[in-house]
Design a protein around this ligand. Structure first.
Ligand code: GDP
Ligand code: IMO
Ligand code: MG
Length: 441
C-alpha cells in the first residue's frame, strides 16, 4: 500500500500538477501539505485547462478524497472562489474535500504586510506572489496565528482577531506607512466564509490515519520546489514553508514511517519566478525562445518566468534532501528546436569547481555554471508516448541527465496533456502502481 510524495526538484512550476493528475487514478487520497494559494498547478484535460491553487490537483478525478493538510495556509476567500469555479465546471466537492482544523488562515492583513515588506526591501525584495503566505507563516511560528477551527468559534475568532489587528495595525502604520484594518471589516466576511467552509473542516490527521489503516493509498502533492524550501532552499529567496519531502509528514500528521517513496518532478531545463540566485539563467534570445515555447508565465501571477538550462547540481541536491526514488522529467518537447542543449555539471567559484550544492548564500550568488554541451535533436518530441519514438539525440540527452542525477526517470512528459507522457517500464512508479500502464492512453 504505497503512500508516495510528489515534490518539485527546482524552483517550482515543474509540472507537479500534471504528474499528480497522471498518478491520481491509482490512489485513493491526494493531500497538500504546505504552501498556500501562492501555488498554481496546471492540469490540462482535452480542451479544458484547470489551475489549482489551494485544492489538491486530484480533485479532478471523481471520487478521489482530497485533503488540505495542517501545513497549508488557507486564504478562505480565495479557497471559496476556487471551490465555486470547480463546482461550476462539474467537479463534486462534497464528500471529496477535507480541510484540516489546524491549517492556518491567511488574513487580509497578511497580503498587505507581504506587499509592504516587499516594497521596503527594495533591491533585496524576494519577488513574492503577494498572497500573504510568508506573513501567515510568520504568525504561525510566532504563535499568534488564527486557524481553521477558530473560524468555527465566533467568540474565540473575534478575540484572536482583535489581538492581531492591534498588533498588525501598528506594524502597518508605524513601520510600513500602509493602510490599517478594522476588526469589523474582517469579522463579517470571515464569519460568512466560516458558514461556507464548516462542512469541510475536520481532523484530517485522524482521517488520514484511519484511511491508511484501511488500506487506502495516499499521494502527497508538494507545492513550490526544493530550492524554495525554508531550510534547504536558496535562503532568503525562498517561500516560507517546508516544500521538501520531510514536510509531507509534519504538514499532514502522517508519520514518516507510513510514507514509502518520493518522486521528484523536474523540467528538462529550469525556470524560476521572483528574485534570487539562478546560476544557469539564460539571457537574450535563447531564454526568450524557451519562455515562448514553454509558455513560461506564472500560473498564479502571470509574471514571466526566468528560464535557464538544466542544473545537475540542483537535481542531485534534490535527490539527497528528498531521498528521491525517481524523477518525472517534464517539458522535454520545449527543447525540440535547440541546436545545442546545455547541462550544468558544476559551479565555478573563485577558481574552484564545486559539484555539490553550496549552502552558503554568497557562493550560490557568485557561482558560474560549468556546462557540458549536448547536441540538440531538432525534431519534434511533442506527444511522444514511447522512448523508442524519440530521436536518438533526445534519448542521449535523457541518458546523460539520468546518469548525472543518479536516480532513474519514472516518466518523461512530452506535452501538457495526460496522454503526452512516456511511462518508463520497470521504474519505482510502475512497481508502486502497476496499473498506471493501463490508464494513461
Ligand atoms: P506546477 O506548479 O509544478 O504544477 O507547474 P505549473 O502548472 O505552474 O507549470 C507547468 C506548465 O507546463 C503548465 O502550464 C503545464 O500545463 C505545462 N506542462 C506540463 N508538462 C508539460 C510538458 O511535458 N510539455 C509542455 N509543453 N508543457 C507541459
Ligand atoms: P508552484 O506550486 C514558482 C516563489 C515566488 C517567490 C518566492 C516567495 O506552482 O510550483 P511567496 O509568495 O511564496 O512568499 O514567494 O517563491 N513561489 C513560486 N515559484 N512556483 C510556485 O508554486 C511558487 N510559489 C512561490 O515567486 O520567488
Ligand atoms: Mg505552478
Amino acid at each position: 500500500m504505497p503512500n508516495i510524495v510528489v515534490v518539485g526538484v527546482q524552483w517550482g512550476d515543474e509540472g507537479k500538477g500534471k504528474v499528480v493528475d497522471v498518478i491520481t487514478p491509482h490512489v485513493d487520497v491526494v493531500v497538500r501539505y504546505q504552501g498556500g494559494n501562492n501555488a498554481g498547478h496546471t492540469v490540462v484535460v482535452g480542451r479544458e485547462k484547470y489551475v489549482l491553487h489551494s485544492i489538491p490537483s486530484g480533485i479532478l478525478h471523481p471520487g478521489r478524497r482530497c485533503v488540505v493538510g495542517c501545513g497549508v495556509v488557507v486564504d478562505p476567500g480565495s479557497l471559496i472562489e476556487e471551490m465555486e469555479a470547480l463546482v461550476q465546471r462539474g467537479v463534486t466537492l462534497d464528500g471529496n474535500l477535507f480541510i484540516s482544523r489546524n491549517a492556518h488562515l491567511i488574513m487580509p492583513y497578511h497580503p498587505a504586510l507581504d506587499r509592504a515588506s516587499e516594497a521596503k526591501l527594495g533591491r533585496r525584495r524576494i519577488g513574492t506572489t503577494g498572497k500573504g503566505v510568508g506573513p501567515a507563516y510568520v504568525d504561525k511560528a510566532a504563535r499568534v496565528g488564527i486557524r481553521m477551527a477558530d473560524l468555527l468559534d465566533e467568540r474565540l475568532f473575534r478575540e484572536k482577531l482583535e489581538l492581531n489587528i492591534a498588533q498588525k495595525n501598528r506594524l502597518l502604520r508605524d513601520i510600513y506607512d500602509a493602510q490599517t484594518f478594522s476588526v469589523e471589516e474582517i469579522l463579517n466576511p470571515y464569519l460568512r466564509y466560516a458558514g461556507w467552509l464548516a462542512p469541510y473542516i475536520t481532523d484530517t490527521a485522524l482521517l488520514l490515519s484511519r484511511w491508511i489503516d484501511s488500506g487506502y493509498d495516499v499521494l502527497f502533492e508538494g507545492a513550490q520546489g526544493t530550492m524554495l524550501d525554508i531550510d534547504h532552499g536558496t535562503y532568503p529567496y525562498i517561500t516560507s514553508s517546508s516544500t521538501t519531502a520531510g514536510g509531507a509528514a509534519t504538514g499532514t500528521g502522517v508519520p514518516p514511517t507510513r510514507i514509502h517513496g518520493v518522486i521528484g518532478v523536474s523540467k528538462a531545463y529550469t525556470t524560476r519566478v521572483g528574485g534570487g540566485p539562478f546560476p544557469t539563467e539564460m539571457s537574450g534570445a535563447v531564454g526568450e525562445a524557451i519562455r515562448t515555447r514553454g509558455n513560461e508565465y506564472g500560473a498564479t501571477t502571470g509574471r514571466p518566468r526566468r528560464c535557464g538550462w538544466f542544473d545537475a547540481i540542483v537535481a542531485r541536491y534534490a535527490v539527497r534532501i528528498n531521498g528521491l526514488d525517481a524523477v518525472a522529467l517534464t517539458k522535454l518537447d520545449v527543447l525540440d528546436q535547440c541546436e545545442t542543449v546545455k547541462v550544468c555539471v558544476g559551479y565555478r567559484h573563485r577558481g574552484e569547481v564545486l559539484t555539490e550544492f553550496p549552502e552558503d548564500e554568497t557562493v550560490m550568488a557568485e557561482a558560474e555554471p560549468v556546462y557540458e554541451d549536448v547536441s540538440g535533436w531538432l525534431a519534434s518530441t511533442n506527444g511522444a508516448q514511447n522512448l523508442a519514438d524519440l530521436p536518438a539525440k533526445a534519448r542521449h540527452y535523457l541518458d546523460r541527465l539520468e546518469e548525472l542525477i543518479g536516480v532513474p526517470f519514472c516518466l518523461v512528459s512530452t506535452g501538457a496533456q495526460r496522454a503526452e507522457t512516456i511511462l518508463i517500464e520497470d521504474s519505482p512508479l510502475t512497481r508502486w502502481f502497476p496499473s498506471v500502464r493501463t490508464s494513461l492512453f
